[in-house]
Ligand binder design. Structure first.
Ligand SMILES: Nc1nc2c(ncn2[C@@H]2O[C@H](COP(=O)(O)OP(=O)(O)OP(=O)(O)O)[C@@H](O)[C@H]2O)c(=O)[nH]1
Ligand SMILES: [K+]
Ligand SMILES: [Mg+2]
Length: 407
């Protein structure tokens, strides 16, 4: 029988790859069900009907859920060692963020990442037919829609990158800091490349094109665990969550599961939320000059996907336009009283921004004297609408800030 506490200790002394290998072996053993010690036998009150597979094999599901919880915690420890832990950390490249947003070019070697960067920015990143031409992060600036977008050309990554192969972990760390991941794929290469890359990003806590699970967890000082399901869950039950929470030493907390389809992986993502990053991803197939029309047709219809040929200069503008849409940046034109706004110069804020964010963007102390704002545009109910700091702005709104001392 395997004792996970021993394994945890063992992992602390092993280099990263060995530790992950040990963990993987351990996880496989767990899947086979030989380590039954970890199925706790506490009294359990079942909550409503559950999905067939889950109901049939509850013991295995509890066991696997707990193992996944432990594994997620260990992975996070291995990926982000504490202070004084020396090398092997998740540090990215030394490129400071600049502009209104950052896009990371992630992909296998020689898919055309540097070729693309050189096409859309003034930066020239070395292009060659051999793998690992790019060895570090090369930043370029794309000016679009009145915004300055930083594009980060990165070294190619290979399978096993999340475990530290090549410069994989550094690349993934850089990707984690971006607002949008542009996954550059080679249309002439086998279709599995996309799933392989996704798995590498997933392994370090990046969640692509997903939103955080609809589960609310709040730590408390006392009162034990309170687990509530808004609707009968299909893949979870109270005992499973209880076991995982206890393992995480979250003995006092409130849990509200709002989504009946939530899985144990979702639940783990929520309790590991400090190690999860939800990032939008656009899949870009390059080199479409070298595939059949039928295959091109197929690729272009995949979700969140665009196709291009850097070599023939085809589809580049579409890719840039899609990037802009995916970033969901909002352009705000500010105006002064009785003066027309300057439509040549926009203020850029993120989607979901309010008048308060607009104030902060103008000046640090702007909202100290804020009285109200007048808004013209899509977010205004009438023209102009008088609003407070909490008003959500929309793309291309015109905003006039009225300060207390001036009114
Ligand atoms: N056929 C074809 N070849 C292309 C296209 N775009 C780039 N290439 C070629 O693909 C090769 C690799 O291009 P790079 O831009 O160096 O690729 P990369 O992804 O930056 O590669 P690494 O930095 O090594 O990871 C070069 O020989 C390019 O000329 C394209 O649209 N079609
Ligand atoms: K290359
Ligand atoms: Mg390159």
């Amino acid at each position: 029988m395997v004792n996970i506490t021993e394994k945890i200790k063992e992992c602390d002394f092993l280099p990263f790859c060995d530790a992950l290998r040990t963990l993987t072996r351990f996880q496989d053993r767990g899947r086979n069900g030989s380590d039954s010690k970890w199925v706790t036998r506490t009294h359990h009150r079942s909550v409503g009907p559950v999905a067939d597979g889950f109901a049939e094999n509850k013991a295995t599901e509890y066991h696997l859920g707990l193992l996944k919880g432990k594994l997620a915690r260990l992975r996070a420890q291995l990926l982000e060692p504490g202070p004084g832990a020396g090398s092997g950390g998740g540090a990215g490249f030394d490129v400071s963020k600049s502009g209104d947003a950052r896009i990371a070019l992630v992909g296998f070697p020689s898919v055309g990442k540097s070729t693309f960067l050189s096409k859309i920015t003034k930066t020239k990143s070395e292009v060659a037919a051999y793998s690992f031409t790019t060895l570090t992060a090369i930043p370029g600036v794309l000016e679009y829609g009145g915004a300055e977008i930083q594009i980060l050309d990165l070294p190619g990554i290979i399978e096993g990158a999340s475990e530290g192969k090549g410069r994989g972990r550094q690349v993934i760390s850089a990707a984690k800091t971006s607002d949008l991941i542009l996954m550059v794929l080679d249309a002439t290469k086998r279709a599995e490349q996309r799933a392989l890359l996704e798995a590498e990003l997933e392994a370090v806590g990046i969640r692509l094109n997903r939103s955080p699970p609809n589960i609310y967890v709040k730590a408390k000082k006392a009162g034990g665990m309170k687990i509530t399901f808004q609707a009968p869950p299909k893949y979870l039950d109270e005992k499973m969550l209880y076991n995982i929470l206890r393992d995480y030493k979250m003995l006092n907390c409130e849990v509200l599961v709002r989504d009946e389809n939530a899985t144990v992986d979702d639940f783990i993502d929520v309790i590991m939320k400090d190690h999860r990053k939800y990032i939008r991803c656009l899949y870009v197939y390059n080199k479409i000059d070298s595939v059949t029309m039928a295959y091109l047709d197929e690729l272009a219809r995949e979700p969140h996907t665009v196709v291009m040929s850097c070599e023939l200069d085809l589809g580049i503008a579409d890719v840039v336009e899609r990037c802009w849409q995916e970033l969901r940046l909002i352009r705000i034109y500010t105006k002064r009283q009785s003066i027309d706004p300057d439509f040549g110069e926009a203020l850029i804020v993120r989607s979901g921004s309010t008048i308060e964010d607009v104030c902060d963007q103008i000046h640090r102390t702007m909202k100290d004297t804020f009285k109200y704002a007048l808004v013209w545009g899509a977010s205004a109910k009438h023209i102009p609408q008088r609003v407070g700091l909490g008003h959500f702005v929309a793309d291309e709104d015109v905003v006039q800030i009225v300060s207390a001392w001036r009114a």
